[in-house]
Structure formats: C-alpha cells, structure tokens
Design a protein around this ligand. Structure first.
Ligand code: ADP
Ligand code: 5GP
Length: 220
C-alpha cells in the first residue's frame, strides 16, 4: 500500500477533489452526503473504519468497515490511516486504501464524512482539500433530529448532544458553512460548493492546456 497517495495528490496539476463534510451529530450530514452521492456518482465516498456497533440499517463495507478495537489499533500501528480520531467514545479512521481505491477507479474526487479532528488532519496533509461544516438551525432542532433518527439509545443521544458545542466551536477550520434548515435549500447550497470548487482553475488547468495543444478540452 503506497502511503504517498496524499503527497501525490499535492504534486503537479491535480483535478482530484477532496471534499470533507463535517457537522455535529444529527445536523443532517449523512442525509446531505447521500443526496450528493446520488447526484454525483463520479464522486467516490470514503468508507471509514470504525469500532462503533453497526446500526440496524447499516451494512459492513457500505457505511463503514466495522472492526474491533484490537484490529483498529493494529491498523493505526501499521500506518494504514490518513487520519483517525476518537469520536463519542469510539475510534474512526480514513484508510489510505480508500483514497487509493477512488484514484484507481478514476473518480472525480472523494467525499469524506468525518469529524473536525479528521478534517484538521487531512487539511494538514492536503491544504487544497475543501472542508464544509453543516450547522443545525438551532440547538433545539439538533436535539429533535437526534431523537427523531431513533437509531441511538438515550445515553448515546446525551453524549452526542453534549459534544455538539465543542464541535461547533471548531467551525473556523472549515471553508464553507451550510445551515441545514430546509433540506432542499441546504442541499442547493452544498451542491453549489461542489460545482464551484470543481470549476476552480487549478483543477481545470489541464483542460485549457488540452485546448491549446490539441484543439479540444478532452483528449480521447
Ligand atoms: P448526521 O449524519 O449529521 O448525524 P443525519 O443525516 O442522520 O445526521 O440526520 C439526523 C436526522 O435529521 C435524520 O432523521 C434526518 O432524516 C433528519 N434531517 C436531516 N436534515 C433535515 C432537515 N433539513 N429537516 C428536518 N430533518 C432533517
Ligand atoms: P456516526 O457514529 O454518527 O456514524 O459518526 C459519528 C461521527 O464520526 C461523525 O461526526 C462522523 O463524521 C465522524 N466520522 C466518521 N468517520 C470518520 C473518520 O473516518 N474519521 C473521523 N475523524 N471522523 C469520522
């Protein structure tokens, strides 16, 4: 496994988008990410490793790679993770293998659903990564959504609520803030970020060069 994949992403003209989406638990990040994934299938989704117990609607390898603590620690010691953190009492991490898989599949970029600690670590390695933070419209609504999701028991809901303040205090790590009040409006704002970032000159420079050299923007 090459651990240079993040270094390679920094080298030269690079059109591969690293899009990080974070939020306090319950703000709607998974809902928004699922919409993005449906509309932009060329954007790969980074399936993290976690030691958390799967929810009833989750499948190993789809939402997460579910592993035990021993396996997670072994992967950390082997240097398998581009970033990892303890979140709400469980370990979560993004493996280099996920990023390599997306590159090998010729994806247009990769979407990370990770917390602010992971966002900070990825940005330290790849400053060009784009980071979006989803805000709930109010703390009361955040609590309603966490309970309404009905996938977590009461102590878990309490733990997640008490962490929300700390997570929101880290908003300054992010390039964009999207308030998830009305879902359709929030999704419009998020997809605007993706479209604008995809059109950045640094990511599209090779198209202009192709036009100059070959008379068209894409080389067959
Ligand atoms: P997160 O991934 O940030 O923890 P989820 O996407 O699981 O959050 O959303 C938490 C709950 O809130 C879910 O039940 C989801 O259907 C609901 N939800 C998400 N966005 C909105 C919204 N804009 N308005 C009302 N409910 C929402
Ligand atoms: P959940 O248990 O609700 O799926 O996720 C809890 C939190 O862990 C969310 O904020 C989610 O973004 C974060 N998370 C998920 N995967 C990773 C990861 O690989 N790294 C980090 N740092 N956080 C993650």
């Amino acid at each position: 496994m090459s651990h240079d994949v993040l270094g390679e992403l920094r080298a030269g003209a690079e059109d591969f988008l690293l899009l990080i989406i974070s939020s306090p638990s319950g703000a709607g990040k998974t809902t928004l990410c699922n919409r993005l994934r449906a509309e932009f299938p060329a954007l790969a989704f980074s399936v993290s490793h976690t030691t958390r117990t799967p929810r009833s609607n989750e499948t190993d390898g789809r939402e997460y790679h579910f592993v035990d603590v021993g396996t997670f620690r072994r992967l950390v010691s082997e240097g398998a993770f581009a970033e990892w953190a303890e979140v709400h009492g469980n370990y979560y991490g993004t493996s280099f293998a996920e990023i390599e898989r997306a590159r090998e599949a010729n994806a247009s970029g990769i979407l990370f659903d990770i917390d602010y600690q992971g966002a900070r670590q990825i940005r330290a390695k790849v400053p060009e990564a784009v980071a979006v933070f989803i805000l709930p419209p109010s703390m009361d609504e955040l609590e309603r959504r966490l309970r309404g999701r009905a996938t977590d028991d009461e102590p878990t809901v309490q733990k997640r609520l008490s962490k929300a303040q700390k997570e929101i205090e880290n908003y300054a790590l992010f390039d964009y803030l999207v308030v998830n009040d009305d879902l359709d409006r929030a999704y419009d704002r998020l997809r605007s970020v993706l479209l604008a970032e995809s059109a950045r000159r640094a990511r599209k420079a090779l198209l202009a060069e192709g036009l100059l050299r070959h008379g068209r923007v894409s080389i067959p």
